[in-house]
Design a protein around this ligand. Structure first.
Ligand code: FDA
Length: 390
C-alpha cells in the first residue's frame, strides 16, 4: 500500500504539465515505455507546441466558453516563457504556429525536468487495474513489472488522452473512468483526420498538393490540400474534418485567392490559340486540370471561350462539391472530438463537480483545438489549471 496526495494517469502533455504544478506527493503513471510519446512525434518531430493566436475561438466544444478560463490563466505566452527559460530555440512556421528549431524531444525533456523540480515521481510501463473511491480517497491498483501496488490518493487526475492512434497507446480509459463515476461523456469521434472517398476516386491525383479553401459544416480553412491514394488530406482538410457531419458534402475551392477568371481572360488576349487545358495548367497543377477536364468540359482553345463560359469554369473550380464516404478514423486522427462533458467539470480547476478530488484534463475533455499547436496549448492550460487547484 502506498499513500500519496495525487495520482495522475497518463504522462502525456497534460499529465506532465499537471505533475509539474500539483505539489508534493504526486505520482504519474503511464503504460507506455516513455513519457510524452505524442509530443516526440508531433509536428514532424519538431512539435508545434503552441500558437501565438490561441483563443477560445480556435476550439470546438459543446460549451465554447468552457476553455476560456484555463486558456486565459495559462496562456501561450506563459508556455513560450517556459520554453525560453530552457533555452529551446523556436520559430514561427506559419499562421502563428510555433515549432522547435531542433527537436520535439527538447519539450519532453523540459517537462521531465519540471516534474523532477516538483519532485513528482514517474512510473512507466505501469497499467491501471481496479479503482474505487471510499468517500474520501481513491484506491487504485497499479501493475508494474508484474508486481501489484495498491495506491491510495486524495486526488486522481485522468490525463490519459483520447482514442486517437491506438498504435501509440491510446486506450479510451478516461471514458471508462468517467462512466464508473457517472461523469457524462459527449459522444466521441475522430478529428483532424483525412477524408476517404470511393475506391480509387483520386488515385490519378495522388501526391498533388495546392492551396485551397475547404469548408464542411463549419468555418472555411485557407490552407494546403493534398490528394492521396485514399482520398483527401492536408491541413485544410484536417481542419474541416473536425466540423464535418457524416453524410454531408464538403466544398473545395481550388482558387482561394480568386485570380483564375482574370488570368483566363488575360490569356485569351495574350495566347488565344493555346488549348484551354494548357492555359489552365499554367495556373493549376496540370494533373488536376487533366482530371477535371471531363467534369468541367474543358475543350477547345482559350480564344473559343466566352466570358460566360470562363465564368462557369472559374465557378466550378471555386465550388467543387464532394461527398466523402467517411474519414480514416482514429487510426490516423490527430485528435478525438467530444469526451468528458464540460458541464460536469469546473472550468477553473478541471475538477468533477460531483466528486471532489477527481480531475479530467487534456484531450480526454470535450475541448478540441484546430490544427496548429492549439491542442498542446489546451493540454498545457488544462494541466496547469488542475495542478494549481490541487
Ligand atoms: P496524450 O495522448 O498526449 O497522453 C496520454 C498519455 O496517457 C499517453 O502517454 C498514453 O500512453 C497514456 N495512456 C493512455 N491510456 C492509458 C492507460 N490505459 N493506462 C496508462 N496510461 C495510458 N497537437 C499540437 O498542438 N501540435 C502538434 O504538432 C500536434 N501533432 C500531433 C501529431 C500526431 C501524429 C498526433 C497523433 C497528435 C498531434 N497533436 C498535436 C495532438 C496532441 O498530440 C494531443 O492533443 C495531446 O498530446 C493531448 O495531450 P494529452 O496529455 O491529453 O494526451
Amino acid at each position: 500500500m502506498m499513500n500519496i496526495n495525487t495520482l495522475i494517469i497518463g504522462a502525456g502533455a497534460a499529465g506532465m504539465m499537471c505533475a509539474a504544478h500539483a505539489g508534493p506527493g504526486t505520482l504519474v503513471v503511464d503504460h507506455a515505455k516513455a513519457a510524452g510519446e505524442k509530443i516526440r512525434i508531433s509536428g514532424g518531430g519538431r512539435c508545434n507546441f503552441t500558437n501565438m493566436h490561441a483563443s477560445a475561438a480556435n476550439f470546438i466544444s459543446r460549451n465554447p466558453h468552457f476553455c476560456k478560463s484555463a486558456l486565459k490563466r495559462y496562456t501561450q505566452w506563459d508556455f513560450i516563457a517556459l520554453v525560453d527559460a530552457y533555452r529551446i530555440a523556436w520559430h514561427e512556421k506559419t499562421l502563428g504556429q510555433l515549432f522547435c528549431d531542433d527537436t520535439a524531444k527538447d519539450i519532453v525533456a523540459m517537462l521531465r525536468a519540471e516534474m523532477d523540480k516538483a519532485r513528482a515521481q514517474l512510473w512507466l510501463q505501469t497499467s491501471v487495474g481496479a479503482l474505487h473511491h471510499d468517500g474520501t480517497h481513491f484506491h487504485v491498483q497499479l501493475i508494474r513489472d508484474g508486481q501489484m501496488t495498491q495506491v491510495v490518493a486524495k486526488n486522481l487526475v485522468v490525463a490519459c488522452g483520447g482514442k486517437s492512434i491506438p498504435k501509440m497507446g491510446a486506450t479510451g480509459l478516461a471514458y471508462q473512468i468517467a462512466a464508473q463515476f457517472s461523469v457524462p461523456v459527449v459522444e466521441t469521434r475522430a478529428g483532424l483526420v483525412p477524408f476517404t472517398f470511393g475506391e480509387d476516386r483520386f488515385k490519378p491525383l495522388a501526391g498533388v498538393a495546392l492551396p485551397s479553401r475547404i469548408s464542411a459544416d463549419g468555418p472555411a480553412f485557407d490552407e494546403a490540400l493534398l490528394f492521396t491514394h485514399r482520398g483527401l488530406s492536408g491541413p485544410a482538410i484536417l481542419q474541416a474534418s473536425s466540423y464535418w457531419q457524416p453524410g454531408n458534402s464538403i466544398c473545395v475551392n481550388l482558387d482561394p485567392h480568386g485570380g483564375l477568371l482574370a488570368f483566363l481572360k488575360e490569356q485569351r488576349q495574350a495566347q488565344g490559340r493555346k488549348a484551354l487545358t494548357t492555359v489552365m495548367g499554367q495556373y493549376l497543377p496540370a494533373r488536376l486540370v487533366d482530371y477535371l477536364s471531363a467534369e468541367l468540359q474543358l475543350a477547345g482553345n482559350i480564344a473559343d471561350q466566352s466570358d460566360a463560359r470562363l465564368q462557369d469554369i472559374s465557378e466550378g473550380i471555386c465550388r467543387w462539391i464532394l461527398p466523402p464516404t467517411g474519414t480514416e478514423g482514429y487510426r490516423t486522427a490527430e485528435v478525438t472530438l467530444g469526451g468528458i462533458d464540460t458541464d460536469a467539470l469546473s472550468s477553473r480547476t478541471m475538477g468533477v463537480k460531483s466528486l471532489p478530488g477527481l480531475y479530467f484534463i487534456g484531450e480526454a475533455v470535450d475541448v478540441t483545438g484546430w490544427l496548429g499547436g492549439y491542442n498542446f496549448q489546451w493540454a498545457w492550460s488544462s494541466g496547469w489549471a488542475a495542478g494549481q487547484a490541487i
